[in-house]
Write a protein that binds this ligand. Structure first.
Ligand SMILES: NC(=O)c1ccc[n+]([C@@H]2O[C@H](COP(=O)([O-])OP(=O)(O)OC[C@H]3O[C@@H](n4cnc5c(N)ncnc54)[C@H](OP(=O)(O)O)[C@@H]3O)[C@@H](O)[C@H]2O)c1
Length: 326
């Protein structure tokens, strides 16, 4: 699998990144031998980026990932996050320091390769929704820089969830080195222009804006939480319910909308919708790594096989664009 620079962070990440969250669930609800086996296989296949967070399994994902990587003596890039609670909003700096120390203990590491803000942000601070405003983001970025000087983190980024205007302002501030952005077949607006009336949040080409100024871009929700597999069934250890991010009002509606890309299978361009979804994301030139929520070794193997087939052909991308905005 190809690896690419994560913007100007100095980190190098595989085209497909390993999501250790609750959605796929392997690092949260899997059994330890299976986790170890699938992570080892992912590394064999060239995966170099693993994405976790204190929120995932209430710390369990960090504990499991740390234990597996230590056992494998793996030299990979580990990203985790900090999510401020309602009560922590008036002591951002202290909360970030405490969160990082707790993450380091759970991961069993001396430093974190990539620390990312997990909170949403917008025009105003809304403590009860754990939403930050732009001055809060500046405090977060300053604290992340202090952590880098202390050697506790190597690079830092944020999650691009919130109002489009705030996301654009955060990118333009150049205060963060990477950004996680929702990007998939259902809502491609972070990576291409969409017309007025597009039914979901228009991310205003956040990926291009970030990439053009040297930020590392991490695509999330590349399978819309699983809806882009095209069936409502969930893997036994995957999250039971999915709240769509930036797509339809509910999961069933996302599954239904996914069917409009069936022509790619009918014409033999791809094997299935998952292949279409993954290759669509890696076709965006500014995406450094596409994060996949993984439930099993089979899902990993299939995804890597699809990535190795490369970006989709230009004519297929053009027709996908028509279906996305129709
Ligand atoms: N910063 C943030 O706020 C944020 C938000 C979301 C995600 N993330 C990151 O992104 C990672 C990925 O999570 P996501 O929410 O974006 O989910 P996703 O990758 O869009 O979807 C994951 C789901 O896709 C299905 N799947 C995966 N591989 C498959 C395959 N080969 N064939 C068929 N189905 C497959 C599984 O569902 P089935 O049950 O249908 O098999 C799995 O639960 C997370 O672990 C996290 O690291 C970050």
């Amino acid at each position: 699998m190809l690896t690419q620079r994560l913007g100007q962070t100095g980190l190098s990440v595989s085209q497909l990144g390993f999501g250790c969250g609750s959605m796929g669930g392997l690092l949260v609800r899997g059994d330890y031998p299976t986790m170890r086996q699938v992570v080892a296989r992912a590394i064999d296949l060239g995966t170099t980026y693993f994405d976790t967070a204190p929120l995932y399994g209430n710390g369990q994902s960090e504990v499991n990932l740390g234990a597996v990587l230590r056992e494998l003596q793996a030299d990979v890039v580990v990203g985790t996050k900090v999510r401020l609670t309602t009560e922590e909003m008036d002591d951002i700096e202290g909360a970030v320091f405490r969160s990082v120390d707790a993450s380091l203990r759970r991961l069993g590491r001396d430093s974190i390769d990539l620390l990312q803000l997990h909170n949403r942000f917008g025009p105003d601070t809304v403590p009860e929704r754990r939403t930050l405003d732009l001055p809060d983001l500046a405090i977060v970025a300053g604290t992340f820089q202090a952590l880098q000087r202390q050697g506790k983190i190597r690079a830092w980024g944020l999650t691009g969830l919130g109002t489009t205007e705030a996301i654009q302002a955060a990118i333009a501030s150049r205060a963060f080195q990477s950004i996680q952005v929702p990007y998939n077949l259902l809502n491609p607006s972070a990576g291409m222009a969409v017309p007025d009336g597009f039914p979901f949040q228009d991310y205003g080409q956040a990926i291009d804006r970030a990439g053009q100024q040297g930020m590392g871009v991490i695509a999330i929700r590349i399978l819309a939480g699983g809806a882009l597999a095209g069936t409502p069934e969930r893997h036994p250890i995957a999250a039971r319910t999915v709240d769509p991010i930036a797509s339809s009002a509910d999961y069933q509606a996302d599954v239904a909308r996914a069917q409009r890309f069936g022509f790619l299978m009918d014409e033999g361009i791809v094997e299935n919708l998952v292949e279409a979804a993954i290759r669509f994301v890696i076709s965006q030139p500014h995406v450094s790594t596409a994060l996949l929520g993984i439930s099993s070794g089979e899902q990993l193997e299939a995804a890597v096989r699809y990535v190795e087939r490369g970006p989709l052909p230009a004519d297929a991308l053009a027709r996908i664009g028509e279906m996305q905005t129709a």
